[in-house]
Design a protein around this ligand. Structure first.
Ligand code: MRU
Length: 353
């Protein structure tokens, strides 16, 4: 399995995704500020991966704190969480991960637990979230596998794979699960301009796993759908609103519309912590705007004329009406998503009580 990120005694180690596929190198974040930089610079990226990175960043900040009183530590935890939360705005998993450690910290601090005990428990929880991410994605994969064709080509956009998580992946996890169950599937991967997650990351991790993969430019999907070559499309998600509207990598919306026109099922695969009950619909999802340089430059070389205006939204929102199903570790959710999301949320509460 690809070690996307890992807790080590020296800090959190991250596979540097900006260097793939040319180099497999690791970056060590020794403190929470370095974790924030790693997330902001997309050395680690993908909703599930940055969710657990956020949790590990808070745990690392608490663990490395020199505070000797809870009062001082409280003030530090506030700054740690705030710094990590400001790194990227769209994937709700980041805020979920930060909140997981924050809530445990608040509970232990309210109980006046010894600082060493608080540190140990926060670090242990961050490691548990890492293990749970992989376990949830395997469950999600098992649910989703049955939706994919027994044979044929499945299109994916961006990278919703092991690299976007602690392992296995969401959309690519479903593809992996289907192949493990005997489906004869090959993958068409959109290159995913401007950051090229498809070209650099999806193509890399699928070919490494010997999953037959064809890389296509983003503007080729319609051509192949028109030829009847694509049997299904599956993508991940960065935030799913309470009504099912889904934010994912820029270009996902266009793929969904193309699928609708061609009668191809369009699936979203995401763990339940990607669903944000506090966001009513897609129009409330904050969309990250990234550096224009990602558009103007390719491999460090400027490909645009000076002075041209650039827009670079990193995500778009696919309205729920274009989504055939949302695959989660709690099962397959269908429209109306307002209801299926609510029922799945209750299901977990019942299990938990
Ligand atoms: O900007 P990125 O590379 O972090 O965007 C990643 C995506 O859009 C993925 O498709 C999404 O996070 C789902 S996979 C966890």
């Amino acid at each position: 399995m690809i070690p996307t990120l890992e807790w080590t005694p020296e800090g959190v180690s991250f596979l540097d995704q900006t260097k793939l596929p040319q180099q497999e190198t690791y970056v060590l974040a020794r403190n929470y500020k370095e974790v924030a930089t790693v997330i902001r610079d997309m050395i680690v990226r993908g909703a599930m991966a940055i969710g657990v990175s956020g949790a590990m960043g808070v745990a690392l900040g608490i663990d490395r704190s020199a505070a000797t009183t809870l009062q001082d530590l409280n003030a530090e935890v506030e700054i740690i969480c705030d710094t990590l939360a400001k790194t990227r705005p769209t994937a709700v998993n980041l805020f979920w991960g930060i909140a997981q450690i924050r809530e445990l910290y608040n509970k232990l601090a309210a109980e006046n637990a010894p600082i060493e005990e608080i540190k140990a428990q926060c670090v242990a929880l961050a490691k548990t979230l890492y293990d749970e991410d992989i376990a949830n994605l395997r469950k999600l994969g098992a649910f989703g596998a049955e939706l994919l064709p027994q044979e044929g080509t499945v299109l994916t956009h961006c990278n919703a794979g092991a690299l976007a998580a602690c392992g296995y992946g969401s959309a690519l996890g479903v593809i992996r699960a289907a192949i493990e169950r005997g489906h004869k599937i090959d993958v068409f991967a959109d290159e995913t301009r401007p950051f090229n997650q498809g070209t650099r990351l999806t193509a890399w991790e699928l070919t490494k796993d010997n999953i037959p993969t064809t890389l296509i430019c983003d503007n080729m999907a319609g051509y192949f759908m028109g030829q009847g070559r694509i049997k299904a499309a599956i993508v991940g998600a960065d935030r799913i609103a309470a009504n099912g509207d889904t934010a994912n990598k820029i270009g996902t919306y266009s793929v969904a519309i193309l699928c609708k026109e061609h009668g191809i099922p369009f699936y979203v695969a995401a763990p339940f912590n990607t669903i944000d009950p506090n966001t009513a619909s897609g129009k409330d999802i904050p969309i990250e705007q990234r550096n224009p340089r990602e558009v103007t430059h390719v491999n460090g070389l400027q490909v645009t004329p000076d002075g041209v205006n650039i827009e670079n939204p990193a995500f778009d929102v696919t309205p729920a009406k274009y989504i055939s199903a949302i695959i989660t570790e709690r099962g397959i959710l269908r429209a109306p998503f307002v209801d299926s999301i609510k029922s799945a949320a209750k299901m977990q509460e019942l299990v938990a009580t």
